[in-house]
Write a protein that binds this ligand. Structure first.
Ligand code: SAM
Length: 251
C-alpha cells in the first residue's frame, strides 16, 4: 500500500515537471516586435509562424489557379450576393488584396464603371493570368499590382475599400500588410474580409483556412481599424466590415 502511494507521488511529480517544461518552452518561443512567434512543431497546412495565437496558412500556389475558378463557388460562396452586401458606389477605387485570378476583381469592376479595381497578388503567375483576362475580356478598370509579402504597393490615401477573400489567413506578414492597407485607405474608407467561418466545425475547409469573427476583430483592431458590422448571410463565410477612422468633422 505504501509502495503504491509512493509510485503515485512520483507519477504526479513527473507530470508537474513535464507541464512546467512545456510552459517554459512555450514562454521562450522567439517573439519579434510585431508579435510573431515561431514553432517547429505545427500544422502541416501552416508555416510554423503564429500571429496573435493563430498559425498562418501556407500560400495557395498558382498551380491551383483553376481551382479558384471552379463552378461550385457560385453556389458555395455566392460572389454576387457578397459584392451586393459591400454597397459599392460606381466611382469607388477598390483594392482586391490576394486577388488570385481576379474572381472577385472582375465581378467588382463591373459595379464600379467610373472607378477602378487594383488587383494585388504576390505571385507573378497570378499577375500574368490577370493581364491575360484583362486583354481577353477587354476590361479597362482592373489594374494588376505585384505586391510583396510585406507591402501591397498601393498609393497612400487612394482607396475606398480593401477586400480580401479567402486570402488574409495566408499573409505571412499580416500586420505589415494591414498597416500599408490602412495607409492606402482614404479616411473613412472600409476593409472587408471574407473568411470561412471557423466557429462552424462542419464547414469542410482546413482549419487554418477558416477564421473566427473574434480573431479577425482582434487582428484588425491591432492596426487601428474600427469594426462596422459582420454579415453572415453567405452559406459558409463571414463578411466582416471595418472602417479607417474618418477625419474629425467628417462622416
Ligand atoms: C486562396 S487565394 C484567393 C484568391 C482570390 N481572393 C479568390 O477568392 O479567388 C489567395 C491568394 O492570396 C495571395 N497572397 C498570399 N499572400 C499575399 C500577400 N501577402 N499579399 C498579396 N497577396 C497574397 C496568393 O498568392 C493567392 O493568390
Amino acid at each position: 500500500m505504501k509502495q503504491r502511494g509512493t509510485a503515485i507521488r512520483w507519477i504526479g511529480l513527473a507530470f508537474i515537471l513535464s507541464w512546467m517544461v512545456w510552459v517554459a518552452i512555450a514562454l521562450l518561443q522567439p517573439t519579434n516586435a510585431q508579435g510573431y512567434t515561431y514553432r517547429s512543431i505545427h500544422s502541416p497546412d501552416g508555416i510554423g509562424k503564429f500571429y496573435m495565437g493563430r498559425e498562418i496558412a501556407k500560400v495557395m500556389g498558382h498551380q491551383e489557379a483553376l481551382w479558384l475558378e471552379r463552378p461550385e463557388r457560385l453556389t458555395r460562396e455566392q460572389p454576387q450576393e457578397a459584392i451586393a452586401a459591400l454597397q459599392l458606389s460606381p466611382t469607388d477605387v477598390i483594392a482586391d488584396v490576394g486577388a488570385g485570378t481576379g474572381y472577385f476583381s472582375f465581378r467588382m469592376a463591373a459595379q464600379v464603371p467610373q472607378g477602378q479595381v487594383l488587383a494585388v497578388d504576390i505571385q507573378p503567375e497570378m499577375i500574368d493570368i490577370l493581364n491575360f483576362l484583362i486583354a481577353d475580356q477587354q476590361v479597362t478598370n482592373v489594374q494588376p499590382i505585384l505586391g510583396s509579402e510585406t507591402d501591397p504597393h498601393l498609393p497612400p490615401e487612394s482607396i475606398d475599400l480593401a477586400l480580401m477573400v479567402d486570402a488574409y489567413h495566408e499573409f505571412a506578414y499580416p500586420q505589415e500588410i494591414m498597416t500599408h492597407i490602412v495607409d492606402a485607405l482614404k479616411p473613412g474608407g472600409r476593409v472587408a474580409l471574407l473568411e470561412y467561418r471557423q466557429e462552424n466545425p462542419l464547414i469542410p475547409i482546413k482549419g487554418l483556412h477558416k477564421m473566427s469573427q473574434r480573431q479577425v476583430r482582434r487582428e484588425m483592431a491591432a492596426v487601428g481599424l474600427e469594426w462596422l458590422e459582420t454579415l453572415d448571410m453567405l452559406p459558409q463565410q463571414h463578411v466582416i466590415l471595418f472602417q479607417k477612422p474618418p477625419l474629425a468633422g467628417q462622416g
